[in-house]
Design a protein around this ligand. Structure first.
Ligand code: SAH
Length: 462
């Protein structure tokens, strides 16, 4: 059974980095059901192809069981099935997880890829094959095979030679193959239990919940076990619903798209990191850390000794954790990081003991009547020496060509303030809680309407 993956991304041999397999070498891996071999039939700057050849040992498959003839004589050694998924997960585990030490940005970049499967059993025929891959953006080419060439009257078999072409990350391609090959085959070789739901949700993340055939995929992947299927579908529906977590996710993208032309986020992060360093703040708690934009920068910088992220959205924290995992820091560096799920409007002992708290693009997500509770939680109880708050300057919104007049930058923003509203609020904090404040503009400054982001740097009075 052979799977090949070809790219014409230039230079094409970077595929070797993405898969963590050197194009000049042939490598073999022992699996419980046989051998997997990885090699590159072609590898040059224009075109590079990796081959995963599976040599399934039919004798190994039945070892320890009382074998019957059909257990030796079957199609398993010759077709793509759940054995291929297991091989993908074991041989290309780093690539499947989207990690790549040498080319981290490339691992996140969609590149042109062509996957060929020499023999893929498709229960449900070519139609079903297309229903699975076309919604994911693939161009599908399928060549059917007769049951027996000597007896064409017996008709078509369920076996196809398949080519799948798409522009996507290697990790997405491998995840699609991992889940969909056994779905097409509809005959999983190993026991399907609760942990299979976790695998399905993990490898289906980001695409399965919106897939038009998600019910069939889930049912077949879980070998038609009703209880498991129901459970998995319930979790997928949750993922699909506009719950606070996923709404937060899509809104974050929406806001980034509005602000993108001036790459405001980067300028905001730079301003915050500079202010932290100028204040010699080495132990930092990022309140409303979201998907970890700031945490990532702080964690990579050894200046910062302790980095804690807090968010109410568990989903955002999970994404933050995954993104931070991809930094592949040495183990001892992880002790500097802590992620906490908590609401900022309730007193929490875990917020205390930091040099600085950062609150980046968060206050505008709080209901105005709850802002008072947040102020006390932060400035009265947690009481760090430094607090950095950033928020949009609503006066600047007229400059965003892609934002309709009168709209806020993000659906979940409860308010956006003018410079004078923000400064009035900040001055009331200094009077009430014993801090001083300085203001800074972030992003391109317009003499009349100011800059897109406003920042307040509070320092605790001695
Ligand atoms: N600071 C991050 C994320 C900003 S989006 C960045 O700059 O990228 C706002 C974040 O605040 C979201 O992740 C949201 O989940 C979080 N948030 C909103 N209300 C919250 C609350 N009451 N308690 C904790 N986090 C909250």
């Amino acid at each position: 059974m052979l799977l090949t993956i070809t790219t014409i991304h230039s230079p094409a041999t970077e595929l070797g980095y993405l898969l963590h397999k050197h194009p000049d070498r042939c490598q073999s891996f022992a699996l419980s059901f046989g051998q997997a071999h990885v090699f590159y039939p072609e590898a040059n700057d224009e075109r590079c192809t990796v081959a995963l050849l599976l040599d399934v040992d039919p004798v190994k498959l039945v070892r320890g069981r009382s074998a019957r003839l059909e257990q030796y004589v079957n199609d398993r050694p010759y077709v793509a099935s759940s054995f291929m998924s297991v091989a993908i997960a074991q041989v290309f585990s780093t690539a499947l997880g989207g990690r790549c030490k040498d080319r981290p940005e490339l691992a996140q970049t969609p590149i042109p890829l062509l996957a060929k499967l020499s023999v893929l059993p498709c229960r449900g025929g070519e139609g079903f094959l297309r229903e699975l891959f076309e919604p994911l953006g693939y161009t599908v080419k399928a060549t059917g095979h007769l049951l027996d060439e000597q007896f064409p009257e017996w008709g078509e078999s369920k076996y196809f030679t398949v080519e799948l072409q798409n522009t996507l990350t290697v990790s997405d391609l491998l995840s699609h193959l991992y889940v969909l090959i056994p779905v097409l085959d509809d005959d999983k070789h190993y026991w399907v239990g609760d942990e299979e739901i976790a695998k399905l949700l993990r490898h289906g993340e980001g695409w399965l919940s919106q897939h038009p055939a998600k019910e069939q995929i889930t049912r077949r992947y879980l070998k038609r076990q009703h209880r498991l299927t129901r459970q998995a579908l319930a979790q997928l529906v949750e993922e699909d619903n506009p719950d606070p977590d996923s709404t937060e996710e899509s809104h974050a993208e929406e806001e980034a798209a509005v602000e993108k032309p001036i790459s405001l986020n980067q300028q905001r992060m730079n301003a915050v990191v500079t202010a932290l360093k100028d204040s010699n703040a080495r132990r930092v708690i990022d309140l409303g850390c979201g998907q970890g934009n700031l945490l990532k920068i702080l964690l990579k910088d050894s200046f910062f000794e302790q980095v804690t992220g807090v968010d109410v959205s568990y989903r955002s924290l999970e994404i933050a954790q995954e993104r931070l995992d991809r930094l592949r820091l040495p183990r001892n560096q992880w002790e500097r990081l802590q992620l906490i799920q908590s609401a900022l409007t309730y007193q929490d002992k875990r917020f205390s003991g930091y040099d600085a708290a950062t609150v980046i693009e968060v206050i505008e997500h709080l209901d105005l009547p709850r802002l008072g509770s947040f102020e006390r939680v932060l400035f009265e109880f947690a009481k760090p020496k430094i607090v950095i708050v950033t928020t949009p300057n609503i006066e600047y919104n007229v400059k965003f060509v892609n934002l309709p007049a009168g709209k806020l930058r993000h659906k979940d923003h409860r308010f956006e303030w003018t410079r004078s509203q923000f400064q009035t609020w900040a001055n009331h904090i200094t009077a009430k809680f014993g801090y001083t404040v300085e203001f800074q503009s972030i992003g391109e400054e317009d003499t009349a309407i100011g800059s897109p982001t406003q920042m307040a740097l509070f320092s605790l009075n001695n």
